[in-house]
Ligand binder design. Structure first.
Ligand SMILES: [Zn+2]
Length: 88
């Protein structure tokens, strides 16, 4: 599990315990197949969802801006945006 301790980001416990559930809780997602969801990307502005989230692989990938990583990282980024008040 990767942890970014250098930036002093506030990471809520639920995001650490179950990053997949945290992501689905905080993004408007559509389940396209079992364990696979799509959502509008938080890393670039868009109207059509191109952020693919795989609960099985515990990973995400954006077909728009090519952001990718683990659900831990995605949960951390959601938490950062949420608590910094930055619009997505
Ligand atoms: Zn993107």
């Amino acid at each position: 599990m990767m942890k970014d301790t250098g930036t002093g980001n506030y990471l809520p416990l639920e995001a650490i315990m179950d990053p997949g559930a945290y992501v689905l809780d905080h993004l408007q997602t559509t389940e396209v197949s079992l364990g696979r969801h799509v959502a509008c990307c938080i890393f670039h502005k868009e109207n059509a969802p191109s952020l693919s989230i795989s609960l099985h692989k515990s990973a995400f990938h954006c077909f728009g801006c090519r952001a990718n990583g683990t659900l831990d990282q995605l949960a951390a980024e959601i938490a950062r945006i949420k608590y910094s008040g930055e619009p997505r």
